[in-house]
Design a protein around this ligand. Structure first.
Ligand code: ATP
Ligand code: MG
Length: 279
């Protein structure tokens, strides 16, 4: 059986005894998978993410990371296994310089001096941040501040990565660069939980999708299966990528209605035309 990286068992979370953000959520995220977490604003995505890294503790239920209950573990210890990118970079950044921001996480995880320096240097280079190393993150633009938080996350090398709307506010090139880096992590067996409102990105990159609605898990399954259920998505205020919608409109003409990418659509459509023309 596949190993389970993250497991929530009947988890509920209420803020200040008043706002019920998650109700009785159970889910498992397989090690090595890329899971997208989607749902309307306020559906509980960020709350779920924070339960997974111990920043919030469920009032009911259990969270297991790599099979072990994290109830009694401090956040710093969970961080060795779970790296978390905050939805808002300004909630994550607090050091006076870019260099110190990235070094902080490495120090916290206990990397010895020499390895820390080496990881710091290679991360600054890999993320094109060397020129900004001694600048205060606060003076950088949004895209660069996001880049600093992503760099901190990658520097630590935690095998489970949770990213909360990581590509929001990034241009296409930066988004694709980040997604490619995540892909590299997945290729070496790391697990990715990716929160986003961008369904095109879900279609192109994720293996599975979890849909939250008003704090409850409405559905979970392979991307193709979930994205081809328009009524389910509409209930969660999520719209499928335009190409999936188009293929659904063309169902009466023989399309299956579950194209995830333009390439997918093109191949199915051309095959359909060829069949009709008896080629
Ligand atoms: N610190 C907090 N104190 C009180 N209520 C909160 C707090 N954080 C979130 N909430 C509430 O909990 C619910 C779930 O919020 P959460 O941030 O988890 O949703 P989300 O799906 O991440 O939304 P978004 O797409 O806007 O980021 C919402 O009703 C929200 O207003
Ligand atoms: Mg959120």
């Amino acid at each position: 059986m596949a190993e389970c990286a993250i497991e929530l068992e009947k988890c509920s979370y209420t803020y200040d005894g008043q706002v019920r953000a998650l109700r009785n959520v159970s889910c498992t995220i397989e090690a090595g998978s890329w899971v997208a977490l989607v749902g309307q604003n306020g559906s509980g995505k960020s709350t779920l993410a924070k339960l997974c890294n111990g920043l919030l503790r469920p009032q009911e239920g259990r969270v297991r990371i790599n099979g072990a209950d994290i109830r009694d573990r401090p956040v710093g210890s969970v961080a060795r296994e779970v790296g978390y990118l905050f939805q808002n970079p300004d909630h994550q950044i607090f050091a006076p310089t870019v260099r110190e921001e990235i070094a902080f996480g490495l120090r916290n995880l206990g990397f010895p001096g020499e390895e820390r320096e080496q990881r710091l240097r290679s991360t600054l280079e890999a993320f094109d941040l060397t020129a900004y190393a001694d600048r205060p993150p606060a003076v950088l633009g949004f895209g660069l501040r996001r880049q600093v938080t992503v760099a901190s996350l990658f520097a630590c090398g935690s095998p489970i990565l949770i990213l909360d709307e990581a590509t929001q506010g990034l241009d296409w090139q930066r988004s694709q660069g980040l997604l490619d880096r995540l892909q590299e992590r997945q290729d070496v067996g790391h697990t990715i939980l990716f929160i986003t409102h961008d369904m095109r990105l879900v279609a192109e990159r994720a293996n599975r999708v979890m849909v939250l609605h008003q704090g409850e898990l409405l559905a979970e399954g392979p991307v193709r299966k979930i994205l081809s259920r328009p009524h389910l998505l509409a209930r969660a205020s999520v719209s499928p990528p335009p190409v999936t919608h188009l293929s659904q409109l063309l169902r009466p003409w023989g399309m299956k209605g579950d194209s995830l990418t333009v390439e997918d659509f093109y191949l199915e459509y051309v095959a359909l035309l060829a069949e009709r023309e008896g080629v």
